[in-house]
Design a binder for this molecule. Structure first.
Ligand code: ZN
Length: 262
């Protein structure tokens, strides 16, 4: 059985059998993968808290032939984000980030930028940046990195260049994945969310920015609420299900193992 070594972040963790855990990781070198950690729930587990959510670790695992489930042999903590376990809003933001990465990436397809963006997202939350804004920016960035980039320059249906819409409102379709032109709007019957020019400009800027400076962007009022609604609707379509909300209730809605556990 080949041994794989990689930096990793725990996305999800669930109980398995008497004392084990099945953990979904996003790893730097191999992308998303799942592993079983034998004995991880025993009092004196050799994994300690390295496999808890919102922790990054150096991971060793054995690849099993013809099996997508690997065997975790060692996990050493490299970075913890303690605030994410102490504040419900931060926990909800971090859970949304993890859930979205888990939902829209495929196993074994490495994308170091996704790993870096997730790590930076956790750091921003941990360092006290506005959790709602940090989570919104993270989602925009992640969509942009995964082939689900929201279309803002071209019609998401016919591909026609949208140009500047003369100061008018952009019609955003979650189903189509971006702005839809006048002609396509007339041919389709669906609900659109309206984006004011300022919201559109913000979305385009967020998509262009690199992860290291992303947390400098700020939005309030109409821009923020329009983008929160548009991204929420789009993420729901892309993830194929409604993800736990980015608010207080998320602590309840996410997997039990995400609950306050130290
Ligand atoms: Zn069109």
């Amino acid at each position: 059985m080949p041994l794989l070594k990689t930096p990793a972040i725990t996305l999800k963790s669930r109980k398995w059998g008497e004392a084990d855990r099945i953990v979904t990781f996003y790893t730097l070198r191999f992308g998303k993968l799942r592993g079983v950690a034998r004995g991880a729930r025993r009092m004196k587990s050799r994994f300690g808290s390295a496999l808890e959510p919102f922790v990054s670790c150096d991971l060793n695992l054995f690849e099993k032939p013809n099996d997508t489930l690997h065997r975790v042999s060692q996990a050493d903590i490299t970075e913890t984000f303690p605030a994410l376990r102490e504040d419900l809003a931060l926990m909800a933001g971090a859970a949304r980030m993890s859930n979205l990465v888990a939902a829209i990436t495929v196993d074994g397809d490495p994308a170091p930028k996704i790993f870096e963006t997730l790590l930076r997202g956790f750091r921003s939350l941990n360092e006290g940046y506005d959790p709602g804004m940090t989570t919104l920016l993270f989602q925009i960035k992640l969509l942009g990195l995964t082939g689900f980039r929201p279309q803002t320059d071209h019609c998401a249906v016919c591909g026609q260049g949208m140009g500047v819409q003369g100061g008018g409102l952009g019609r955003f379709s979650a189903q189509a994945g971006g702005l839809v032109c006048d002609g396509c709007t007339r041919r389709r019957s669906e609900r659109y969310l309206f984006l004011a020019p300022g919201s559109l400009a913000f979305l385009q800027q967020a998509l262009r920015m690199t992860p290291e400076v992303l947390n400098r962007l700020k939005a309030n009022g109409q821009v923020r609420s329009e983008l929160e609604m548009a991204i929420e609707a789009y993420v729901t379509v892309v993830a194929g299900k409604r993800l736990p909300p980015v608010d207080f209730l998320a602590a309840e809605a996410c997997e039990p193992d995400y609950a306050l556990k130290r």
